[in-house]
Design a protein. Structure first.
Length: 572
Protein backbone atom coordinates (compact mmCIF):
# COMPACT_ATOMS: atom_id res chain seq x y z
CA UNK A 1 0.00 0.00 0.00
CA UNK A 2 2.81 2.43 0.89
CA UNK A 3 4.87 1.53 -2.18
CA UNK A 4 1.79 1.83 -4.38
CA UNK A 5 1.13 5.33 -3.00
CA UNK A 6 4.74 6.38 -3.67
CA UNK A 7 4.61 4.90 -7.19
CA UNK A 8 1.41 6.85 -7.85
CA UNK A 9 2.95 10.07 -6.55
CA UNK A 10 5.95 9.69 -8.89
CA UNK A 11 3.55 9.53 -11.83
CA UNK A 12 1.69 12.62 -10.53
CA UNK A 13 4.92 14.62 -10.30
CA UNK A 14 6.05 13.36 -13.70
CA UNK A 15 2.78 14.52 -15.28
CA UNK A 16 3.27 17.93 -13.64
CA UNK A 17 6.71 18.17 -15.29
CA UNK A 18 8.76 18.32 -12.09
CA UNK A 19 12.26 19.23 -13.28
CA UNK A 20 14.40 17.94 -10.39
CA UNK A 21 12.67 14.55 -10.32
CA UNK A 22 15.06 11.98 -11.87
CA UNK A 23 13.75 10.09 -14.90
CA UNK A 24 14.19 6.37 -15.26
CA UNK A 25 17.86 5.52 -15.70
CA UNK A 26 19.06 8.43 -13.57
CA UNK A 27 19.37 9.18 -9.89
CA UNK A 28 20.13 12.21 -7.76
CA UNK A 29 23.46 11.85 -5.97
CA UNK A 30 25.71 13.99 -3.80
CA UNK A 31 28.89 14.76 -5.75
CA UNK A 32 31.95 16.52 -4.32
CA UNK A 33 34.52 16.64 -7.13
CA UNK A 34 34.97 16.52 -10.90
CA UNK A 35 38.20 15.24 -12.50
CA UNK A 36 39.19 17.38 -15.49
CA UNK A 37 40.76 15.15 -18.19
CA UNK A 38 42.73 16.46 -21.20
CA UNK A 39 42.21 15.09 -24.73
CA UNK A 40 45.39 13.07 -24.22
CA UNK A 41 44.04 11.40 -21.09
CA UNK A 42 46.02 13.45 -18.58
CA UNK A 43 44.57 14.69 -15.27
CA UNK A 44 44.60 18.49 -15.55
CA UNK A 45 42.80 19.42 -12.35
CA UNK A 46 40.07 18.70 -9.82
CA UNK A 47 36.98 20.90 -9.63
CA UNK A 48 35.52 21.30 -6.14
CA UNK A 49 31.74 21.10 -6.66
CA UNK A 50 30.77 21.37 -3.01
CA UNK A 51 28.39 24.10 -1.86
CA UNK A 52 28.78 26.40 1.12
CA UNK A 53 25.60 26.18 3.24
CA UNK A 54 26.02 28.49 6.21
CA UNK A 55 29.17 27.33 7.98
CA UNK A 56 29.04 23.88 6.38
CA UNK A 57 30.55 22.65 3.11
CA UNK A 58 28.19 20.09 1.58
CA UNK A 59 28.36 17.97 -1.60
CA UNK A 60 26.51 19.25 -4.64
CA UNK A 61 23.43 17.28 -5.73
CA UNK A 62 23.19 16.39 -9.40
CA UNK A 63 21.52 13.92 -11.73
CA UNK A 64 23.85 11.07 -12.70
CA UNK A 65 23.39 7.64 -14.31
CA UNK A 66 21.27 5.49 -12.03
CA UNK A 67 23.08 4.07 -8.99
CA UNK A 68 21.31 0.99 -7.75
CA UNK A 69 22.14 -0.42 -4.35
CA UNK A 70 25.14 -2.69 -3.99
CA UNK A 71 26.26 -4.91 -1.16
CA UNK A 72 28.96 -7.41 -0.28
CA UNK A 73 32.42 -7.90 -1.77
CA UNK A 74 33.11 -7.46 -5.49
CA UNK A 75 30.10 -5.13 -5.81
CA UNK A 76 29.85 -3.65 -9.33
CA UNK A 77 30.86 -0.08 -10.03
CA UNK A 78 28.62 2.72 -11.34
CA UNK A 79 28.78 4.38 -14.75
CA UNK A 80 30.60 7.75 -15.05
CA UNK A 81 30.07 8.62 -11.38
CA UNK A 82 31.36 6.73 -8.36
CA UNK A 83 33.21 7.20 -5.11
CA UNK A 84 36.95 7.68 -4.65
CA UNK A 85 37.49 4.01 -3.84
CA UNK A 86 36.25 2.92 -7.29
CA UNK A 87 37.46 5.90 -9.35
CA UNK A 88 40.98 6.30 -7.91
CA UNK A 89 41.51 3.13 -5.87
CA UNK A 90 41.69 5.10 -2.61
CA UNK A 91 40.37 3.45 0.54
CA UNK A 92 40.40 0.10 2.32
CA UNK A 93 41.81 -3.33 1.39
CA UNK A 94 39.36 -3.88 -1.50
CA UNK A 95 40.41 -0.69 -3.28
CA UNK A 96 42.28 -2.40 -6.14
CA UNK A 97 39.41 -4.77 -6.99
CA UNK A 98 37.01 -1.81 -6.83
CA UNK A 99 39.20 0.23 -9.20
CA UNK A 100 39.53 -2.70 -11.62
CA UNK A 101 35.74 -3.13 -11.60
CA UNK A 102 35.37 0.56 -12.49
CA UNK A 103 37.98 0.29 -15.28
CA UNK A 104 36.47 -2.89 -16.77
CA UNK A 105 32.97 -1.40 -16.82
CA UNK A 106 34.05 1.63 -18.83
CA UNK A 107 36.24 -0.36 -21.22
CA UNK A 108 33.08 -2.30 -22.03
CA UNK A 109 31.05 0.79 -23.02
CA UNK A 110 33.52 3.44 -24.20
CA UNK A 111 35.65 3.54 -27.35
CA UNK A 112 39.44 3.31 -27.12
CA UNK A 113 40.13 6.90 -28.21
CA UNK A 114 37.96 8.37 -25.43
CA UNK A 115 40.13 10.74 -23.29
CA UNK A 116 38.61 9.43 -20.08
CA UNK A 117 39.33 5.82 -21.10
CA UNK A 118 42.94 6.77 -21.86
CA UNK A 119 43.24 8.24 -18.37
CA UNK A 120 41.68 5.31 -16.52
CA UNK A 121 43.71 2.67 -18.41
CA UNK A 122 47.08 4.21 -17.60
CA UNK A 123 46.23 5.37 -14.09
CA UNK A 124 48.00 3.48 -11.27
CA UNK A 125 46.00 3.63 -8.00
CA UNK A 126 49.08 2.58 -6.01
CA UNK A 127 50.76 5.85 -7.06
CA UNK A 128 47.66 8.03 -6.75
CA UNK A 129 49.15 10.39 -4.16
CA UNK A 130 52.32 10.88 -6.18
CA UNK A 131 50.16 13.13 -8.34
CA UNK A 132 50.21 16.61 -6.76
CA UNK A 133 46.68 17.35 -8.00
CA UNK A 134 45.25 14.35 -6.14
CA UNK A 135 47.54 14.84 -3.14
CA UNK A 136 45.96 18.26 -2.54
CA UNK A 137 42.64 16.52 -1.67
CA UNK A 138 44.12 13.49 0.12
CA UNK A 139 42.40 14.04 3.48
CA UNK A 140 38.98 14.58 1.94
CA UNK A 141 39.31 11.60 -0.45
CA UNK A 142 40.45 9.17 2.26
CA UNK A 143 38.15 10.36 5.02
CA UNK A 144 34.80 10.86 3.24
CA UNK A 145 35.15 8.68 0.12
CA UNK A 146 33.22 11.28 -1.93
CA UNK A 147 31.48 10.78 -5.25
CA UNK A 148 33.38 11.95 -8.32
CA UNK A 149 32.29 12.83 -11.89
CA UNK A 150 34.35 13.65 -14.99
CA UNK A 151 34.82 16.56 -17.35
CA UNK A 152 36.78 16.66 -20.60
CA UNK A 153 38.93 19.78 -20.88
CA UNK A 154 37.22 22.34 -23.09
CA UNK A 155 33.71 20.82 -22.78
CA UNK A 156 30.89 22.82 -21.22
CA UNK A 157 29.17 19.91 -19.49
CA UNK A 158 30.18 16.71 -17.72
CA UNK A 159 30.76 13.31 -19.30
CA UNK A 160 27.68 11.77 -17.69
CA UNK A 161 25.54 14.36 -19.49
CA UNK A 162 26.57 13.16 -22.97
CA UNK A 163 23.53 11.51 -24.58
CA UNK A 164 25.54 9.31 -26.96
CA UNK A 165 27.37 7.68 -24.01
CA UNK A 166 24.24 7.18 -21.95
CA UNK A 167 22.25 5.69 -24.84
CA UNK A 168 24.80 2.89 -25.33
CA UNK A 169 24.81 2.14 -21.61
CA UNK A 170 21.01 2.26 -21.22
CA UNK A 171 20.46 0.03 -24.23
CA UNK A 172 22.85 -2.58 -22.90
CA UNK A 173 21.59 -2.74 -19.31
CA UNK A 174 17.97 -2.96 -20.50
CA UNK A 175 18.84 -6.20 -22.38
CA UNK A 176 19.76 -8.19 -19.30
CA UNK A 177 19.26 -11.88 -20.12
CA UNK A 178 19.08 -13.03 -16.50
CA UNK A 179 15.94 -11.03 -15.67
CA UNK A 180 13.32 -12.96 -13.73
CA UNK A 181 9.79 -12.28 -14.96
CA UNK A 182 7.08 -12.20 -12.29
CA UNK A 183 3.91 -10.35 -11.44
CA UNK A 184 4.74 -6.98 -9.89
CA UNK A 185 3.09 -6.33 -6.52
CA UNK A 186 2.64 -2.65 -7.41
CA UNK A 187 1.49 -2.63 -11.04
CA UNK A 188 0.07 -6.16 -11.27
CA UNK A 189 1.88 -6.66 -14.61
CA UNK A 190 4.30 -9.42 -15.58
CA UNK A 191 7.62 -7.56 -15.75
CA UNK A 192 11.37 -7.96 -15.01
CA UNK A 193 11.75 -7.99 -11.23
CA UNK A 194 14.35 -5.88 -9.38
CA UNK A 195 16.79 -8.00 -7.36
CA UNK A 196 18.34 -5.05 -5.48
CA UNK A 197 16.41 -1.89 -4.66
CA UNK A 198 17.89 1.62 -4.82
CA UNK A 199 18.87 2.71 -1.28
CA UNK A 200 16.82 5.36 0.53
CA UNK A 201 18.91 8.28 1.80
CA UNK A 202 18.12 11.07 4.22
CA UNK A 203 16.51 9.08 7.03
CA UNK A 204 17.84 10.25 10.40
CA UNK A 205 20.42 7.91 12.02
CA UNK A 206 20.42 5.50 9.07
CA UNK A 207 23.54 4.63 7.07
CA UNK A 208 24.93 7.53 5.04
CA UNK A 209 25.08 5.28 1.98
CA UNK A 210 21.34 4.65 2.32
CA UNK A 211 19.17 1.81 3.52
CA UNK A 212 16.41 -0.34 2.05
CA UNK A 213 12.73 -0.73 2.79
CA UNK A 214 12.56 -4.01 0.82
CA UNK A 215 15.48 -6.40 1.36
CA UNK A 216 16.16 -10.01 2.39
CA UNK A 217 19.61 -11.15 3.51
CA UNK A 218 18.91 -14.33 5.45
CA UNK A 219 17.40 -17.69 4.54
CA UNK A 220 14.98 -17.44 7.47
CA UNK A 221 13.26 -14.49 5.75
CA UNK A 222 12.82 -16.33 2.45
CA UNK A 223 9.96 -18.58 1.36
CA UNK A 224 8.73 -20.76 -1.51
CA UNK A 225 12.29 -21.17 -2.82
CA UNK A 226 12.67 -17.47 -3.67
CA UNK A 227 15.74 -15.53 -2.62
CA UNK A 228 16.63 -11.82 -2.25
CA UNK A 229 13.91 -9.35 -3.14
CA UNK A 230 12.06 -11.91 -5.26
CA UNK A 231 10.19 -12.71 -2.05
CA UNK A 232 8.45 -9.36 -2.55
CA UNK A 233 8.46 -9.06 -6.36
CA UNK A 234 8.53 -5.46 -7.56
CA UNK A 235 9.33 -4.62 -11.15
CA UNK A 236 12.44 -2.64 -12.03
CA UNK A 237 10.34 0.25 -13.30
CA UNK A 238 8.10 0.38 -10.20
CA UNK A 239 11.13 0.00 -7.92
CA UNK A 240 12.82 2.95 -9.59
CA UNK A 241 9.74 5.14 -9.21
CA UNK A 242 8.96 4.44 -5.56
CA UNK A 243 12.61 4.76 -4.42
CA UNK A 244 13.23 7.87 -6.54
CA UNK A 245 10.18 9.76 -5.30
CA UNK A 246 10.88 8.82 -1.66
CA UNK A 247 14.46 10.11 -2.01
CA UNK A 248 13.01 13.24 -3.64
CA UNK A 249 10.71 13.83 -0.65
CA UNK A 250 13.60 13.29 1.77
CA UNK A 251 15.66 15.92 -0.05
CA UNK A 252 12.89 18.50 0.04
CA UNK A 253 12.72 20.21 3.49
CA UNK A 254 9.02 21.03 2.96
CA UNK A 255 8.16 17.35 2.62
CA UNK A 256 9.73 15.89 5.72
CA UNK A 257 10.56 16.57 9.36
CA UNK A 258 12.15 14.74 12.27
CA UNK A 259 10.21 13.62 15.32
CA UNK A 260 12.33 11.80 17.88
CA UNK A 261 14.17 9.01 16.11
CA UNK A 262 11.64 8.92 13.27
CA UNK A 263 11.74 10.74 9.94
CA UNK A 264 8.23 11.81 8.93
CA UNK A 265 7.50 12.22 5.22
CA UNK A 266 4.26 13.73 3.88
CA UNK A 267 2.80 14.53 0.48
CA UNK A 268 -0.49 15.50 -1.17
CA UNK A 269 -1.85 14.07 -4.41
CA UNK A 270 -2.67 17.49 -5.83
CA UNK A 271 -0.57 20.53 -6.67
CA UNK A 272 -1.00 23.47 -4.30
CA UNK A 273 0.04 24.67 -0.87
CA UNK A 274 -1.06 21.49 0.91
CA UNK A 275 2.46 20.36 1.76
CA UNK A 276 3.48 23.83 2.98
CA UNK A 277 0.43 23.85 5.24
CA UNK A 278 1.11 20.32 6.50
CA UNK A 279 4.71 21.25 7.28
CA UNK A 280 3.57 24.23 9.34
CA UNK A 281 0.75 22.28 11.00
CA UNK A 282 3.02 19.41 12.05
CA UNK A 283 5.99 21.57 12.98
CA UNK A 284 4.91 25.14 13.83
CA UNK A 285 7.86 27.55 13.77
CA UNK A 286 8.98 29.43 16.84
CA UNK A 287 8.35 33.17 17.22
CA UNK A 288 12.02 34.03 16.65
CA UNK A 289 11.99 32.12 13.34
CA UNK A 290 8.92 33.99 12.13
CA UNK A 291 10.79 37.32 12.20
CA UNK A 292 13.39 36.14 9.69
CA UNK A 293 11.18 34.18 7.28
CA UNK A 294 10.08 34.99 3.76
CA UNK A 295 6.71 36.55 3.04
CA UNK A 296 5.38 33.35 1.47
CA UNK A 297 6.15 31.42 4.67
CA UNK A 298 4.42 34.08 6.73
CA UNK A 299 1.35 33.80 4.46
CA UNK A 300 1.32 30.05 5.06
CA UNK A 301 1.45 30.56 8.82
CA UNK A 302 -1.39 33.05 8.71
CA UNK A 303 -3.52 30.52 6.78
CA UNK A 304 -2.61 27.80 9.31
CA UNK A 305 -3.60 30.05 12.22
CA UNK A 306 -6.91 30.78 10.53
CA UNK A 307 -7.53 27.06 9.86
CA UNK A 308 -6.74 26.10 13.47
CA UNK A 309 -8.96 28.87 14.82
CA UNK A 310 -11.90 27.86 12.64
CA UNK A 311 -11.66 24.19 13.59
CA UNK A 312 -11.36 25.07 17.29
CA UNK A 313 -14.61 27.02 16.93
CA UNK A 314 -16.31 24.19 15.05
CA UNK A 315 -16.32 26.13 11.75
CA UNK A 316 -15.74 24.09 8.57
CA UNK A 317 -12.86 25.08 6.32
CA UNK A 318 -13.78 27.27 3.34
CA UNK A 319 -11.46 25.79 0.71
CA UNK A 320 -12.30 28.35 -1.97
CA UNK A 321 -10.89 31.15 0.18
CA UNK A 322 -7.39 29.61 0.05
CA UNK A 323 -7.74 27.71 -3.26
CA UNK A 324 -7.72 24.42 -1.32
CA UNK A 325 -9.70 21.27 -2.03
CA UNK A 326 -10.25 19.79 1.44
CA UNK A 327 -10.94 16.37 -0.14
CA UNK A 328 -7.38 16.10 -1.52
CA UNK A 329 -5.72 12.87 -0.40
CA UNK A 330 -2.75 13.32 1.92
CA UNK A 331 -0.18 10.71 2.99
CA UNK A 332 1.94 10.82 6.16
CA UNK A 333 4.69 8.21 6.53
CA UNK A 334 6.94 7.67 9.55
CA UNK A 335 10.26 5.86 8.93
CA UNK A 336 12.57 4.49 11.63
CA UNK A 337 16.23 3.50 11.10
CA UNK A 338 17.07 -0.14 11.74
CA UNK A 339 20.67 -1.03 10.89
CA UNK A 340 20.89 -1.46 7.10
CA UNK A 341 17.10 -1.43 6.73
CA UNK A 342 14.29 1.01 7.30
CA UNK A 343 11.26 0.18 9.40
CA UNK A 344 7.82 1.74 8.92
CA UNK A 345 6.84 3.44 12.19
CA UNK A 346 3.39 4.55 11.03
CA UNK A 347 1.46 5.36 7.88
CA UNK A 348 -1.78 7.31 7.49
CA UNK A 349 -3.73 8.14 4.34
CA UNK A 350 -6.77 10.41 4.43
CA UNK A 351 -8.18 13.72 3.21
CA UNK A 352 -6.55 17.07 3.89
CA UNK A 353 -9.61 18.08 5.92
CA UNK A 354 -9.34 14.96 8.07
CA UNK A 355 -5.71 15.65 9.00
CA UNK A 356 -6.16 19.37 9.60
CA UNK A 357 -9.17 18.73 11.86
CA UNK A 358 -7.24 16.08 13.85
CA UNK A 359 -4.19 18.30 14.23
CA UNK A 360 -6.40 21.27 15.18
CA UNK A 361 -8.08 19.15 17.85
CA UNK A 362 -4.65 18.13 19.14
CA UNK A 363 -3.49 21.74 19.49
CA UNK A 364 -6.82 22.67 21.05
CA UNK A 365 -6.25 19.99 23.70
CA UNK A 366 -2.80 21.44 24.40
CA UNK A 367 -4.07 25.00 24.71
CA UNK A 368 -3.29 26.32 28.21
CA UNK A 369 -2.81 29.64 29.96
CA UNK A 370 0.76 30.89 29.91
CA UNK A 371 1.37 29.89 26.29
CA UNK A 372 -0.09 31.37 23.11
CA UNK A 373 1.91 29.28 20.62
CA UNK A 374 1.22 25.79 19.30
CA UNK A 375 3.55 23.24 20.91
CA UNK A 376 5.37 21.16 18.23
CA UNK A 377 5.34 17.37 18.53
CA UNK A 378 9.13 17.17 18.96
CA UNK A 379 8.90 19.59 21.88
CA UNK A 380 6.35 17.33 23.59
CA UNK A 381 8.64 14.32 23.25
CA UNK A 382 11.66 16.29 24.50
CA UNK A 383 9.88 16.84 27.82
CA UNK A 384 10.11 13.09 28.52
CA UNK A 385 13.94 13.14 28.45
CA UNK A 386 16.01 13.43 31.61
CA UNK A 387 17.80 16.76 31.15
CA UNK A 388 21.01 15.61 32.86
CA UNK A 389 21.16 12.34 30.94
CA UNK A 390 23.89 11.85 28.35
CA UNK A 391 21.56 9.65 26.31
CA UNK A 392 19.00 12.05 24.78
CA UNK A 393 17.22 9.37 22.76
CA UNK A 394 13.43 9.46 22.66
CA UNK A 395 11.58 6.16 22.81
CA UNK A 396 10.61 5.18 19.24
CA UNK A 397 7.55 3.36 20.62
CA UNK A 398 6.40 6.55 22.37
CA UNK A 399 6.94 8.63 19.22
CA UNK A 400 4.91 6.19 17.14
CA UNK A 401 2.10 5.99 19.72
CA UNK A 402 1.83 9.77 20.00
CA UNK A 403 1.59 10.26 16.23
CA UNK A 404 -1.07 7.55 15.97
CA UNK A 405 -3.14 9.16 18.73
CA UNK A 406 -2.97 12.55 16.99
CA UNK A 407 -4.02 11.19 13.59
CA UNK A 408 -6.72 8.84 14.86
CA UNK A 409 -8.14 10.93 17.71
CA UNK A 410 -7.57 8.15 20.26
CA UNK A 411 -6.43 8.68 23.86
CA UNK A 412 -2.85 9.91 24.11
CA UNK A 413 -0.38 7.16 25.13
CA UNK A 414 -0.31 6.53 28.87
CA UNK A 415 3.48 6.14 28.57
CA UNK A 416 3.69 9.83 27.61
CA UNK A 417 1.57 10.87 30.59
CA UNK A 418 3.50 8.63 33.00
CA UNK A 419 6.82 9.97 31.72
CA UNK A 420 5.73 13.59 32.33
CA UNK A 421 4.49 12.79 35.85
CA UNK A 422 7.81 11.04 36.58
CA UNK A 423 9.81 14.01 35.32
CA UNK A 424 7.81 16.41 37.50
CA UNK A 425 8.33 14.18 40.53
CA UNK A 426 12.06 14.08 39.85
CA UNK A 427 12.82 17.74 39.14
CA UNK A 428 9.59 19.50 40.32
CA UNK A 429 9.66 21.67 37.21
CA UNK A 430 6.11 22.42 36.07
CA UNK A 431 6.41 24.47 32.88
CA UNK A 432 3.64 25.26 30.40
CA UNK A 433 4.64 22.36 28.13
CA UNK A 434 4.29 19.73 30.84
CA UNK A 435 1.07 21.26 32.14
CA UNK A 436 -0.31 21.34 28.57
CA UNK A 437 0.56 17.66 28.00
CA UNK A 438 -1.18 16.66 31.26
CA UNK A 439 -4.24 18.72 30.32
CA UNK A 440 -4.38 17.24 26.81
CA UNK A 441 -4.10 13.66 28.10
CA UNK A 442 -6.79 14.08 30.76
CA UNK A 443 -9.25 16.07 28.65
CA UNK A 444 -9.13 13.53 25.79
CA UNK A 445 -9.27 10.52 28.12
CA UNK A 446 -12.21 11.88 30.10
CA UNK A 447 -14.05 12.78 26.89
CA UNK A 448 -13.56 9.45 25.12
CA UNK A 449 -14.16 7.28 28.19
CA UNK A 450 -17.05 9.54 29.30
CA UNK A 451 -15.47 10.23 32.69
CA UNK A 452 -16.83 13.24 34.53
CA UNK A 453 -14.24 16.00 34.70
CA UNK A 454 -13.91 19.75 34.31
CA UNK A 455 -10.45 20.28 32.82
CA UNK A 456 -10.07 23.88 31.64
CA UNK A 457 -7.54 26.11 29.88
CA UNK A 458 -7.08 28.46 32.83
CA UNK A 459 -7.97 28.65 36.53
CA UNK A 460 -11.30 27.03 37.43
CA UNK A 461 -12.13 28.24 40.95
CA UNK A 462 -15.43 26.32 40.96
CA UNK A 463 -13.94 22.93 40.07
CA UNK A 464 -15.42 20.05 42.06
CA UNK A 465 -12.18 18.08 41.83
CA UNK A 466 -10.47 17.70 45.23
CA UNK A 467 -7.04 16.99 43.63
CA UNK A 468 -7.37 20.17 41.55
CA UNK A 469 -8.34 22.28 44.58
CA UNK A 470 -5.49 20.86 46.66
CA UNK A 471 -3.09 21.71 43.84
CA UNK A 472 -4.40 25.27 44.03
CA UNK A 473 -3.98 25.25 47.80
CA UNK A 474 -0.35 24.13 47.51
CA UNK A 475 0.35 27.02 45.09
CA UNK A 476 -1.24 29.49 47.56
CA UNK A 477 0.85 28.16 50.47
CA UNK A 478 4.03 28.39 48.42
CA UNK A 479 3.21 31.96 47.29
CA UNK A 480 2.60 33.03 50.91
CA UNK A 481 5.95 31.53 51.91
CA UNK A 482 7.76 33.40 49.12
CA UNK A 483 6.19 36.72 50.05
CA UNK A 484 7.05 36.18 53.71
CA UNK A 485 10.68 35.26 52.90
CA UNK A 486 11.60 36.55 49.38
CA UNK A 487 15.24 35.42 49.57
CA UNK A 488 14.55 31.73 50.19
CA UNK A 489 16.69 29.38 48.10
CA UNK A 490 14.14 26.56 48.40
CA UNK A 491 10.42 26.44 49.16
CA UNK A 492 7.87 23.89 50.32
CA UNK A 493 7.70 22.82 46.66
CA UNK A 494 11.22 21.42 46.81
CA UNK A 495 10.52 19.37 49.90
CA UNK A 496 6.83 18.47 49.88
CA UNK A 497 5.45 18.67 46.32
CA UNK A 498 5.96 15.02 45.36
CA UNK A 499 4.37 13.64 48.53
CA UNK A 500 1.59 16.27 48.53
CA UNK A 501 0.56 15.26 44.99
CA UNK A 502 0.55 11.53 45.85
CA UNK A 503 -0.36 11.22 49.57
CA UNK A 504 -2.04 14.51 50.57
CA UNK A 505 -3.39 13.31 53.95
CA UNK A 506 0.14 12.90 55.30
CA UNK A 507 1.39 16.29 54.12
CA UNK A 508 -1.30 19.00 54.07
CA UNK A 509 -1.92 19.16 57.85
CA UNK A 510 1.80 19.90 58.26
CA UNK A 511 1.75 22.49 55.44
CA UNK A 512 -1.30 24.30 56.85
CA UNK A 513 0.37 24.50 60.24
CA UNK A 514 3.52 25.97 58.66
CA UNK A 515 1.47 28.45 56.64
CA UNK A 516 0.28 30.19 59.79
CA UNK A 517 3.82 31.49 60.28
CA UNK A 518 4.13 32.49 56.60
CA UNK A 519 0.84 34.38 56.20
CA UNK A 520 1.42 36.47 59.34
CA UNK A 521 4.75 37.67 57.88
CA UNK A 522 3.39 38.29 54.36
CA UNK A 523 2.17 41.72 53.32
CA UNK A 524 -1.16 40.32 52.11
CA UNK A 525 -2.12 38.30 55.18
CA UNK A 526 -5.87 38.80 54.74
CA UNK A 527 -5.72 37.93 51.04
CA UNK A 528 -3.95 34.60 51.62
CA UNK A 529 -6.14 33.58 54.57
CA UNK A 530 -9.26 34.37 52.58
CA UNK A 531 -8.00 32.41 49.54
CA UNK A 532 -7.09 29.42 51.74
CA UNK A 533 -10.56 29.47 53.26
CA UNK A 534 -12.31 29.60 49.87
CA UNK A 535 -10.34 26.58 48.63
CA UNK A 536 -10.75 24.54 51.82
CA UNK A 537 -14.53 25.01 51.63
CA UNK A 538 -14.45 22.83 48.51
CA UNK A 539 -12.35 20.11 50.21
CA UNK A 540 -14.24 17.92 52.67
CA UNK A 541 -11.23 15.71 53.47
CA UNK A 542 -7.59 15.06 52.61
CA UNK A 543 -7.48 11.74 50.67
CA UNK A 544 -4.82 9.21 51.67
CA UNK A 545 -3.76 8.53 48.09
CA UNK A 546 -4.19 10.05 44.63
CA UNK A 547 -4.29 7.97 41.44
CA UNK A 548 -2.09 8.99 38.50
CA UNK A 549 -5.00 10.86 36.88
CA UNK A 550 -5.68 12.67 40.17
CA UNK A 551 -1.99 13.57 40.44
CA UNK A 552 -2.31 15.17 37.01
CA UNK A 553 -5.30 17.21 38.20
CA UNK A 554 -3.29 18.26 41.28
CA UNK A 555 -0.46 19.49 39.02
CA UNK A 556 -2.94 21.39 36.81
CA UNK A 557 -4.49 23.06 39.86
CA UNK A 558 -1.05 24.12 41.04
CA UNK A 559 -0.06 25.42 37.58
CA UNK A 560 -3.34 27.32 37.02
CA UNK A 561 -3.23 28.97 40.45
CA UNK A 562 0.43 29.94 40.00
CA UNK A 563 -0.35 31.48 36.60
CA UNK A 564 -3.27 33.40 38.06
CA UNK A 565 -0.88 35.19 40.45
CA UNK A 566 1.12 36.45 37.46
CA UNK A 567 -1.99 37.43 35.50
CA UNK A 568 -3.42 39.42 38.42
CA UNK A 569 -0.08 41.13 38.92
CA UNK A 570 0.01 42.20 35.26
CA UNK A 571 -3.59 43.43 35.43
CA UNK A 572 -2.79 45.52 38.52
Amino acid sequence: MILQALYKYYNILQDEGMKDLPKEGYSMQKVSFALVISLNGELKGILDLRDAVGKKILPHEMLVPEQKGRCGKNAPSYFLCDNAKYVLGIGDNDKLSAFNSFKDLHNRYLEGNNPFLKFINKFDPCKAFENEIILKYKIELEKNNPNIVFKIEGDNGYMHERKELLEVWHEDISKSSDDIMMQCLITGKIEPIARIHIPIKGVRNSQSAGASIVSFNDKSFESYGKDSSYNAPISKSAMFKYTTVLNYLLRNPKNHMFIGEDTVVFWAEKKGIYEDLLSELLNPKAEKEEIETETSDMDTRNIVKDILFKYSQGIKLNGKKYNIDSRTTVHILGISPNNARLAIAFYEENSFEYFTSRIADHYNNLNIIGNEKSIPIWMILNETIIKSSKDKKISPVLSKSLMNSIFTGRVYPSSLYNAIISRIRADRDINYKRAAIIKAYLIRKYKLLKIKGDITVSLNENSSSIPYQLGRLFAVLEKAQLEASPNLKSTIKDRYFTSASATPASVFPVLLKLSLHHTTKAERTVYFEKLKGEILQKVDKFPKHFSLDEQGEFILGYYHQTQSFYVKKEEN
